[in-house]
Design a protein around this ligand. Sequence first.
Ligand SMILES: [Zn+2]
Length: 368
Amino acid sequence: MKTRYQLIILLVLIAGFIGACRTTSKIAKTPKAKNIILLIGDGMGVAQMYAGHIAKNAELNMESCKHIGFSRTHSASDLITDSGAGGTAIACGIKTTNKFIGMNPDSVAVKSILHYAEENNKSTGLVATAAITHATPASFIAHNISRYNYEALAEDFLKTDIEVFIGGGLDHFTKRKDQKSLLTDLKAKGYQIVTDQKGLKASKKSKLAALVYDKHPPYMADGRGNFLPLATNKAIELLNKDKNGFFLMIEGSQIDWAGHDNDSEKLIKEVLDFDEAVGLALDFAKKDGETLVIITADHETGGYVLSNEEEKRNSLKGIFASEHHSAVAVPVMAFGPGAEKFTGFMENTDLFHKMYEAFGFDKSKLSR
Ligand SMILES: [Zn+2]
């Protein structure tokens, strides 16, 4: 009898062990990202990246990602997108009309990955080297038929429980046609408000509105200095206090502006500054182990190519085909849990759906 009982106990133990192994392998197969850091180099195509590589004379941080793809950027209205429709595609997963923010072509508001992260009890943040109300960051939080309705876009920051936002654009919150100061409302909602880099550096509160410039921050070439790396580190530090995880979008806004200005020198400085932020995000993700980092662009700007300088072998010159955006697909690079989904050619709208899936959010709650 004793042997029979021992045999049964042994069988139960073996069955339990096999079960445990299966569960572990199931978890290992579909790792969920607790945090996502999405970095958007506005206007950054492959040539812009490679110009940065040449100037650095070394591999960029973003080039260390092993999961690589391309994003097609056309909008619902145009083969060449603007940053409103481009940002909305990535943020909300829908193609829309150029200049629209967080709305479909029928002018119906659509929730972004930031809104879904809030609904799923995660903390959220936006960082930009432009006014925080500019098209790309606004696409993640606001809804409007025009990217240029800055004062209305600023008001939308009060309608979402975003924890941290850092950029320029203080004037859109304070010097408004309606005479309101949104800073009073932000304070009432529990935000610490800072308006300079010193304040940003010292901030400790998990709800932070850092409007560090009245309008836009200057170009790197004109003395922006350490702003983006500082903002990146601060946003990660504050958002990482949330045990449920976070979503953070960081934009290198002025790669695009240097493209519009057809200025290679400025462009390269913007790419390298953006890549420093990428490096900080990747360092955090490597230590953390539960953070998915995605680096991409909303479109290419300037039709930029690297050509030989006349009569000079192995000396490159950046040449621009236009002062506007172009239609070419832009790179997507990813690291961390779920990164393997960001490969091959994809639509810019797929980025939203892949992030939604990587977070493990409930697909039945996706209203589309
Ligand atoms: Zn642009």
